[in-house]
Design a protein around this ligand. Sequence first.
Ligand code: HC1
Ligand code: SF4
Ligand code: SF4
Length: 566
Amino acid sequence: MVQIVIDGQETEVEVGTTILEAAKKVGVKIPTLCHHPDQAVKANCRICVVEIEGQKLLQPSCSFPVWEGMVVRTNTPKVQRVRSNVLELILAHHAQECLFCSRNGNCELQEVTQDMHFTREVRYTNETRHGKDESSPSVVRDTNKCILCGRCSYVCDKIQSVGALCKEGRGFSTKLSSAYGKDLADSTCTNCGQCIQACPVGALTIHDDTEHVYEAMEAGKHVIAQVAPAVRITIAEALGENPGTVNKGRLVTAMKRVGFDKVFDTDFSADLTIMEEGHELLNRLQNGGTLPMVTSCCPAWIKFCETSFPEELPHLSTCKSPQQMFGALLKTWYPERSGVYPKDIYSVSIMPCTAKKFECVRPEMNSSGYQDVDKVITVQELANMICAAGINFADLPETEFDSPFGLGTGAGEIFGATGGVMEAALRTVYEVVTGEELEDVDFNAVRGFEGIKEASVDLKGIEVKVAIAHGLGNARKLMNAVKAGEADYHFIEVMACPGGCIGGGGNPIKNWKKMEKRLEGVYAEDKKLPIRKSHENPYIQKIYNDFLGEPLGEQSHKLLHTTYID
Ligand code: HC1
Ligand code: SF4
Ligand code: SF4
């Protein structure tokens, strides 16, 4: 431990602590921009400089470790003058379109500018304007707003191990670019949206598709929505309530008032996915199929696998994601029952995920003869629609999801968390294999935020080894082991986003404290539901009886399974 003094306050901290961390401990807030709690120190922006007694030069507090007897001053006139000049240069470089920027009110540069009471005129101007990259269905890149903090390229490279973003050029002409200067859509970008979550300003944002939904409503289409498991966990947070606040009833009411004709629950098709995927796993176990089988519901993971591990594609389950299974049913089964022609249906998915926007336009996703899902709207876009409609979300009565796709189980509910798909599958596979009732449905070994989790499940004499990875960097580690023949798992779950879909790129900007609350929300919802196993969902049983036949049957193959591009 070392003794130090910060702004006159004596404190003791561990060796290796940075000045920034030590200051936080004594309640001193130092402005930061490139700093991010999940990332290594970059010291790119220099807004966090402080004065150290005995040193002539100011030092960035985010990267400077304390030493015994150090005396630090964080708010001298010199520090404030230098910070103010640094901020002025950043502002000169940054397109000042704050009033109509999607991060207005939720922008770290705005917050720092406000906290520092920077009210003087910016003396420099930047004439260089770059075109926006809107090629990706998921992420929009606006270089004019980039402050070169490096947070997006860090998450893409070091956490996701994708490396689709990098700095290009030197000095004043430095800019953030996608690798080899390609459009994002033509790069290895997986559409996960984690760079959007990391960006402190509006340089990386969600591709906004709300206009298309309003147009469909105005054109008198039958506009149906399906709502993903994670959406109920984060929508209230997006509208200003505490993280982890869950209220499905208010969500459905708000969506009806926004103008959706029907609001269905993706939990239903999550149950359907478990039926198909569970039987696929059993089939592979019993008939010598490719193992380990790996889940296929995360479209960012699918693109990553297609790009980085094309020779391992046979490991992927052939099941479509719940979003796309639902999409296929909404333009085949639903028209037969409702009397609405598929051509008149506009099918919208409400998702926590930017990659789902990419998934729905994949050419394979038209089993109904139409594009099965017309548009994907993220949680943030839905929150904007609710706000724009003048709806006070906190004060709404509750409405049930529409039938017949309104009933999901606890198994579908937990899909939104890392380990949830695995747990849901195990609840069903256990009972199908053993023929016995699973009394304790909580598989605690597959829960939580550890990067790679492993567990072994005894199915009455058959041992099934499973692993779960979240974050593509962890997925890469696991797949390298599979490729090298060093992994003897039977079943692997991969979700591209750290934490799973509750950490998806289309959610409100996250931190791990919020993520803990979201996770608690997920398991609390599961516990509340009377049915917690997918195969016990009576509507699932009915749709197999009336329409699909049996899991892995002909109709299921046509509508619920897919192929991959190597
Ligand atoms: Fe997900 Fe899934 S869990 S992928 O994150 O399998 O988006 O919530 O809807 O499709 O169910 C997302 C969430 C979601 C699918 C399900
Ligand atoms: Fe990288 Fe994901 Fe952003 Fe694409 S969306 S650039 S993969 S972090
Ligand atoms: Fe989308 Fe979920 Fe995959 Fe993230 S983990 S890319 S939110 S499906």
